[in-house]
Design a protein around this ligand. Structure first.
Ligand code: ADP
Length: 164
């Protein structure tokens, strides 16, 4: 029987060390992981879908991990996960605010695709205060990289994008 695999969906604008930690931990639970990069035009991502894919691929090349595919997608996560035959959706919780939104998402997803389970991993303390938004703001407004926030390849793209 083919091993169960999960989708780890997100905007990854850009991918951070917090995302990578969740990915490595999720990979220990599932035979393989598809990282679904949502185009999410409504969120007006700063980095293009191609840039987000490249940053994730470069970041993965620097981590000791196999059986991870990166797949951009449009539309609902539940539809995407179902289309590719995933068993579960992996998301992460950093705070009670994340809990509220993930709780609502799980209820919606359970109605949209009842065969899928959402697996919520709790972020490690060193990453609970980290977000792609904070990383971008520090780069844009402070011309700084928050120490320990992103892998070196993403730091390079941030410096190039914001010109510092
Ligand atoms: P989305 O727009 O779908 O929330 P994100 O890229 O912001 O996309 O996040 C994708 C997933 O990764 C979410 O479940 C989020 O909670 C989790 N995540 C984001 N930042 C971190 C972090 N610093 N540590 C652990 N998990 C994180």
């Amino acid at each position: 029987m083919r091993q169960a695999f999960a989708v780890y969906p997100g905007t990854f604008d850009p991918v951070t060390n917090g995302h990578l930690d969740i990915l490595v931990r999720a990979r220990r639970l599932f035979g393989s992981i598809v990282v679904g990069i949502g185009r999410n035009p409504g969120k007006k991502p700063v980095f293009s879908i191609d840039q987000r894919v490249i940053m994730l691929q470069e970041a993965l090349d620097q981590v000791d991990i196999d059986k991870v595919d990166i797949v951009p997608f449009d539309g609902l996560t539940a539809d995407f996960a179902r289309e590719i035959g995933a068993r579960a959706i992996v998301r992460a919780l950093r705070s009670m605010t994340d809990f509220e939104s993930e709780f609502a998402l799980d209820i919606a997803n359970a109605r949209l695709a009842p065969e899928l389970e959402t697996v919520l991993l709790i972020a490690r303390p060193e990453y609970t205060h980290l977000s792609s938004t904070l990383v971008r703001e520090a780069a844009e407004q402070g011309r700084r990289i928050i120490p320990g926030s992103v892998p070196p390849c993403v730091e390079h793209h941030l410096r190039e994008h914001y010109g510092f």
